[in-house]
Design a protein around this ligand. Sequence first.
Ligand SMILES: C[S@@+](CC[C@H](N)C(=O)[O-])C[C@H]1O[C@@H](n2cnc3c(N)ncnc32)[C@H](O)[C@@H]1O
Length: 197
Amino acid sequence: QFPKEENSLDRKVKAFLEENANNWRDMNVPLSDGKILYDLIIENKYTQAVEIGTSTGHSAIWIAWALSKTGGKLITIEIDKERYVQAKANFKKAGVHKYIDARLADAHELVPQLPGKYDFVFSDADKFWYKNYFIDMDPKLKVGGCFAAHNTAMRVPGVGDFLEYVESLKNYETTFARGSRSGISISLKKADNTKKN
Ligand SMILES: C[S@@+](CC[C@H](N)C(=O)[O-])C[C@H]1O[C@@H](n2cnc3c(N)ncnc32)[C@H](O)[C@@H]1O
């Protein structure tokens, strides 16, 4: 399940994740989904990542761990102060804090203001806003980058609209990660907006 350890950071992150494997209580992704995100970043050599919905930091730790290998950095956004504080403490304990810029903010406001460009987005906050997050991130997403969204297997308001929208776009190819019970959609940007052509 865990990536091969190559250095002292790997040992530190792995030890933290193993020790806390059963302690995630704040809507965090399961460990197997964390590994899916890790692999996605490593395989595509992504370096400029944004996460919407930090909670206490499980997925961010996996993402940052991968970015420690690709030479990248993550901006992660959380609206709840307690979870944000806990996440920051977890990033330190796991040893990945220097790869993470954690923001306490309402993503509805911050996402449109992000300066861009990015090549990896993980959307895991309020599902009813997924389509809006996508529309706001699209111009900031590089060709070759991807917008991944969590819980796409959930029948909750917003997820269906989001999927219908991304699947209708000709310049994106949307697939679903194999092995995720919650569902992770992966929308790969193949070209810039083709509407004008
Ligand atoms: C499913 S949890 C994220 C789990 C996290 N990705 C992990 O695996 O550890 C969703 C989080 O999004 C946050 N959230 C909801 N609406 C938000 C908003 N408008 N802006 C920022 N964060 C938001 C919630 O407070 C919650 O902590």
